[in-house]
Design a protein around this ligand. Sequence first.
Ligand code: F6R
Length: 614
Amino acid sequence: MCGIVGAYLRAQPCLRSLVRGLRVLEYRGYDSVGVGVIQDGAIVVRRKAGRIEELERALADGALDDAAIGIGHSRWATHGPPTDQNAHPHRDWLGRIALVHNGIIENYQELRVELERRAIPLRSQTDTEVLAHWVGIELESSGGDLAEAVRRALSRVRGYYAIAVLSGGERPQLVASREGPPLCVAILPDAAWLASDPLALIEHTRDVVFLEDGDVAELAPGKLVVRRLDGSVVTRASHHLDYDAEAADRGGFAHYMLKEVHEQPDVVSRALFGRVDEERGDVRFEEELLSDATLRAVTRVQINACGTALHAGMVARYLIEGLAGVPVDVDYASEFRYRRPVVVPGTLALGISQSGETADTLAALRLARELGCRQLALCNAVGSTMVRASEATILLRAGPEIGVASTKAFEAMLVASVLFAVRLARARGKLSSAEGRALLGELSQLRIGLEHMLTREVVAGIRALAERFTQARGFLYLGRGINFPIALEGALKLKEISYKHAEGYPAGEMKHGPIAMIDPDLTTVVIASKDSVASKVRSNIEQIRARGGPVICVGDDPESLEVADERIVVPSVSPWLSPLLNVVPLQLFAYYVALARGCDIDKPRNLAKSVTVE
Ligand code: F6R
């Protein structure tokens, strides 16, 4: 959600780089934005509610253009509304330091009372300003050493944060710390950079250092000193990012979402690369956690995730139970973490997340570990908190996903789920090598079907259909079996980017309530694959049509397609793989409804790309 950038350059101006960095982080969602720089030894801050363009207008006088050291922030309001006053950076009461912050200071009320007792004036409603004053207080007792002041201030803080702090004067200092949200730094001979997302650093370097929870780093050109809160020095290894800068721009598509939908054939190939053992009909993973011996000891799988990742987890349940015969529970991470889950010995906790920073998913994974589960992550973000906190990871390899609505990461989650289910089934002797070979062979060929769904002709047909149905009062998405989660995902995509009301349901539940809503103004999208429940799906379609409800059928079951009003024909594959194809027309349908309605598709209102707070 919020984004942090920072720069300490030797004799070069930093302002433009800071603003460019904030632009890269725009996709995360924000409602105000600001920068703080050192100008002639003094800290100067400019902050604005609204978009980056507002900030650019506030910087247009050029007064800060020569500054070489600065921090920037895009805020997604938690404490206090999105106003200029509440935007970051915040300064201490004497203006000696400026601080930007992602996350939440849980005990800020307690700290605030103490500040009031010391008659320190508070100018905003944020928890961040409270921390800025505490750093200011500690700066006095630390002899002007900012890193020490930050360590002392943070030892009074309870919360979940990533911060960057700047101090002026004769010896300018830039300090960063994290406890929860991600933060990474990059040191070059003439520059030091920091950002909450490595994507904001790739225009400068691919070699970054991810700070660990509890690290306090002091940065300057050619210099990085990382200490723990107790002052002990630690070394942190540098990671090479294999992102390519071009991957982070729209590549000629009107929106990132559309570009990412079109990347899915490549995403599938990348996710499979080097992992398929054709001869043995098995999947190769390096991790010990995915070895035969460990997987044979698994008694149950507990999946925790949120949103689209949860829908991938629901598909994974059908795959794992169906192929490997291991019982699976799937939970909203936000529910799992707050109930008292009963976890049987031998349970493997499976966390699924694109960002690897979703607060609820991380908390659920932590709880599962405390309850004795081993932990596996399906995650897209190398170096994310989730990857570092889990025993093993299946990296999704989808590349950076910029569109807020998750598409290609979902596809990669489905691929990873198939791979994991096959590995588990092979390890437990539930799938023969011939069966494994057949399924993996089909998966390796899946890109042909995906490419077909993305041809100009098919996309134009889906667009025309979407435009015709844009006026519908609402949408009901129905699916059965392994395609029930795809109905949920289709409905989620539509509502989040087009703001049309849409609900996903298991088709068999229709008679238990939703059927009452059927009329000519409610469009039902039915996913119909040629599988063991195809005839039941077909009769659902007939029941809806008998009540005057228009039906769009998506899938490969010829008889269901035949009885519907409208159809999107999807190439036939094994029912286990059908979700990977069926979701694509639903993503495109949502996209074109949103486009016809003039919505801000890559930045839907009220949504953030990465939900790092509850
Ligand atoms: C929907 C969407 C969200 C995310 C959810 C989990 O398009 O993007 O529902 O799927 O917030 O995010 P990750 O996968 O980063 O944990």
